[in-house]
Design a protein around this ligand. Structure first.
Ligand code: PEP
Ligand code: MN
Length: 340
């Protein structure tokens, strides 16, 4: 339920409505808008009884039923686009933000090489995994804290804020010491204790869509994070499983405009994991920006043939730079500058 206040409602009237919602046993979420304030209500299961009580309060213009099961992430609850700041770099809003870096941190030299190259090409956030969710238990699992330290060194050397994955609740305090943004991987999108844990800290979260998750599943996963108090969530379409096995996953680009209709949260696209093939990355990156994505997250490696992880989908720096040039022109055609 959404309580729409009239344009001239006073701060006191808004507070009275919030108090009434609390007295009914629910949680009010006042959301000031450009012309009027709306107050979202959560905590109800099913329809709110006695909603008419609210309609009689001074300053209340209307009550709107929110039919979607997600509330705080919905466009209905929050009309304007959310901008998430990652170490000062915006994701969402007018610009298009490019995140790039290796799949996994392998060494200081590799991470610095890639970080400097992607920065030179125009990326503004560095990615790199220190804790890797691998399909096989025998595959390289990441450097752990040593990898986080390398990311911090790369940030110091380049000024790029870093996003890195946190795989389990127990590792969150450690990852928080180093990360500017916490990545929740596709495989953990429905790890509800982990979603709640990152919801209780004030650090931006990159939430990747599970590869068998519907958009409603994704939005409800984000709702877990916002419901714990953390408003800074960026959603990521990274490809889903379909009947077609010609690529590792199938990029669901139609998700981008649809999520933007349903939610105020920024949406970025991962063209690297979506296909698992480097030769698909550039065209899918172009298409993602054309479809309205607020950014991209792209894997880059200085020597993909020797990459420990995901080399076959990693771009060499020169190809990444070429991709950036094309993406910049597409973004500009849509009046969206690349974030600098
Ligand atoms: C990654 O970004 O390196 C990764 C493992 O992504 P996903 O969780 O989307 O598979
Ligand atoms: Mn990867």
């Amino acid at each position: 339920m959404l309580v729409v206040m009239d344009a001239h409602a006073t701060v006191e009237q808004i507070e009275v409505v919030c108090a009434e919602i609390r007295a009914m046993g629910y949680t009010p979420h006042p959301m000031p808008g450009p012309t009027r304030t709306a107050i979202g209500i959560t905590g109800n299961r099913g329809a709110i009884e006695q909603a008419a009580r609210l309609l009689r309060l001074p300053g209340v213009a209307d009550l709107i039923r929110v039919t979607a099961p997600y509330k705080l992430v919905s466009r209905e609850f929050h009309e304007v686009d959310t901008v998430v700041r990652v170490g000062g770099v915006p994701i969402g809003g007018p610009g298009v933000t490019i995140v790039a870096g290796p799949c996994t941190v392998e060494s200081l030299e590799q991470t610095l090489n890639v970080a400097k190259a992607v920065k030179a090409a125009g990326a503004t956030i560095l990615r790199g995994g220190a804790f890797k969710p691998r399909t096989s238990p025998y595959a390289f699992q990441g450097l752990g804290e040593a990898g986080l330290k390398i990311l911090a060194e790369a940030r110091a050397a380049t000024g790029l804020p870093v996003v890195t994955e946190v795989m389990e609740v127990e590792a969150l305090p450690l990852v928080l010491e180093y990360a500017d943004m916490l990545q929740i991987g596709a495989r953990n999108m429905q790890n509800y204790p982990l979603l709640r844990a990152v919801g209780r800290v004030r650090r931006p979260v990159l939430l990747k869509r599970g590869f068998a998750a519907t958009l409603q599943d994704l939005l409800l996963a984000a709702e877990y994070i916002l419901n714990e108090g953390n408003p800074d969530v960026v959603l990521c379409e990274r490809g889903i499983r379909t009947f077609d096995d010609s690529r590792r996953f199938t990029l669901d680009l139609g998700a981008v405009p649809l999520i933007k209709q349903l939610s105020h949260l920024p949406v970025i696209v991962d063209p690297s994991h979506a296909s698992g093939r480097w030769d698909q990355v550039q065209p899918m990156a172009r298409a993602a920006v054309a479809a309205g994505a607020d950014g991209l997250i792209v894997e880059v490696h200085d020597n993909p043939a020797f990459a420990v992880c995901d080399g076959h989908q990693s771009l060499v720096p020169a190809r990444f730079a070429a991709m950036m040039e094309q993406v910049r022109r597409i973004a500009e055609a849509l009046d969206r500058p690349l974030t600098t």
